[in-house]
Design a protein around this ligand. Structure first.
Ligand code: TNX
Length: 531
């Protein structure tokens, strides 16, 4: 209410200004430094006027047409349902009226950095690479009225505030893990997950593809892994798996959204589904029963059998062949059924296998007790700061995923209908208020590979539930990973999130309406409605 009075006053104000200075345009004044941008950009300068997007706005591509055309398509797709516009796209040699995507070599902040300049007549997003333009587009969409997120045609004007934003990420790797083993999720759900994370400038999708309850990726040389091991899930549902073609489809969709897939095959523990599929992987040569509970730590591959290494080699080989990303995750967590003297040589040998197939190694922090055989090894800190530090002392980098802060499967509080709480209850402020640089003491910035948040799926069974656990906490972790520490504060983030709620609602996201946030149900930024 107050807000709409305020915005009417602003409009009246700008009309009066226009008479005073005789520079009448019908562009309302919009202050972009007040927009609810998540993650918060490095620098925002408002010039307090607006650009109007109309059906005749053109999209001008300056740079390699082949690289820029998919971005123009992406932009048109994002805005077409709500605006009804299909902007005309053409290649140009220089910036002109309309929206310009520009590839140039001017930025010193790396390929993901972008520069966004909005004036009354033109918008320019420039970057050294397509990924930077993509992130500029994500910001531009957040600068549009919330109604842009509606899935149906909105009859209204589309004003975007003017000013300049320059932005670049704090951490190069900003990931999200999805456990498709405890409960299986369809390709469509995974694609939605990719859309959600890319919107917050996150660029890694770690897929937890195997666990005690299920094997979810077709391996042609070991077909029973999915024929048998893919048949069920937690609670006894029908499970499922991705064929290699389907996995490639996920990888390709992720790449279109500048997201890299990191596949995980968890071993030597968390392997009951494989042990149920092939008797010879067990030390006693007896196939295990399929498992649909949620206990951990009871299964292990037989580490002194040669067939185990043949199995690992074949699996990693097929996985490496269909994974363009540099990393393969080999798990290594909670192998309580594997003796330490077996675990260490096993993990050493599996690391060798990953390198042999041309990939780099990622594993949970327990890996640190074995050798770190390559300087590119990444240990994923979830539980033990000691392990994280030991990994660094042996030459590894650390991926920060502290369970007490970054686990999306933890309950918000004791009343949450979904989730576990073995690590903590994680309210939105808990998810936001931590600092990757100091969370584990004695780490240097260059020891940190990046930030990753994780959604384990023991209690999560469908996309609605994924959304509930993910939102809004994923936006908190996304901001920690992208934005500079000096630009971040709970006060600012929680205010922005309060406004951002409308956007999530319009998108149809089933987010958790935390009592910690003063949600603004009516958008603050109601641009003048037509008529
Ligand atoms: C611990 S985190 C696990 C997973 C469970 C998760 C549940 C980690 C490396 N291992 O196996 O799914 O807790 O929160």
């Amino acid at each position: 209410m107050l807000n709409s009075v305020f915005s009417k006053l602003t409009i009246i104000g700008s009309i009066m200004m226009c008479f005073m200075y005789q520079s009448c345009t019908n562009a309302p004044s919009i202050d972009i430094s007040n927009e609810a941008l998540i993650p918060v950009p490095s620098k925002v300068e408002a010039t307090n006027s607006s650009f109007q997007l109309t059906s005749s706005t053109t999209l001008n591509l300056i740079g390699d047409e082949k690289e820029l055309t998919p971005l123009a398509k992406f932009f048109n797709n994002r805005i077409s349902k709500s605006t009804g516009f299909e902007l005309k796209v053409s290649s140009k040699s220089g910036v002109s009226k309309g929206i310009n995507f520009v590839i140039n070599n001017e930025s010193k902040n790396g390929p993901e950095a972008y520069y966004l300049e909005i004036s009354e007549n033109q918008i320019m997003i420039s970057a050294t690479a397509p990924v930077g333009i993509f992130y500029g587009i994500q910001t531009l969409i957040q600068l549009m009225p919330d109604a842009i997120e509606n899935g149906t045609l909105q009859e209204r004007d589309w004003f975007i505030g003017t000013g300049i934003i320059s932005d670049s990420p704090e951490y190069a790797y900003r990931g999200v893990m999805l456990d498709v083993a405890r409960h299986f999720f369809s390709i469509e759900d995974v694609k939605k997950y990719i859309d959600y994370i890319a919107a917050y400038k996150m660029n890694g999708l770690h897929l937890h593809l195997s666990d005690d309850q299920g094997w979810r990726i077709e391996i042609k040389s070991w077909p029973e892994l999915t024929n048998i091991g893919g048949k069920t899930q937690v609670g006894g549902g029908k499970g499922g798996f991705y064929t290699q073609e389907q996995y490639k489809e996920i990888v390709a969709y992720a790449a279109e959204n500048f997201v890299t897939v990191i596949p995980e095959i968890d071993m030597p523990g968390h392997t009951n589904a494989a042990l149920a599929s092939y008797a010879e992987l067990n030390c006693d040569n007896k196939a295990r029963e399929l498992y649909t509970g949620i206990e951990v730590g009871f299964s292990t591959l037989c580490t002194d059998k040669e067939v185990t290494y043949q199995f690992v080699d074949d699996v990693i080989k097929e996985l490496a062949e269909m994974t363009p990303g540099e990393y393969i995750h080999i798990g290594g967590d909670e192998s309580h059924a594997t003796a330490k003297e077996d675990y260490i040589p096993f993990m050493n040998r599996v690391q060798e296998i990953v390198l042999k197939h041309g990939k780099k190694v990622m594993a949970w922090d327990e890996l640190s007790i074995s050798n770190i055989i390559d300087t590119n090894v990444v240990v994923q800190f979830w539980d033990s700061a000691e392990n994280a530090k030991m990994g660094v002392s042996k030459g590894a980098k650390v991926l920060m995923s502290p369970a007490k802060k970054a686990y999306l499967d933890m309950q918000y509080d004791s009343t949450s209908p979904l989730g576990l709480h073995w690590a903590a209850y994680i309210e939105v402020d808990d998810a936001y208020n931590w600092e990757p640089m100091t969370y584990v003491n004695d780490l240097n910035k260059e020891d940190i590979f990046g930030i990753e948040t994780a959604l384990w799926s023991e209690t999560v069974t469908n996309l609605d539930e994924i959304e509930y656990m993910m939102f809004p906490r994923v936006t908190a972790i996304g901001e920690i990973a992208w934005s500079k520490a000096e630009n971040r504060s709970w006060e600012s983030y929680s205010n922005r999130l309060a406004k951002h709620g409308k956007r999530m609602k319009n998108k149809g996201i089933n987010y958790y309406e935390s009592a910690k946030i003063k949600w603004e149900v009516d958008a603050v930024k109601e641009n003048p409605i037509k008529g």
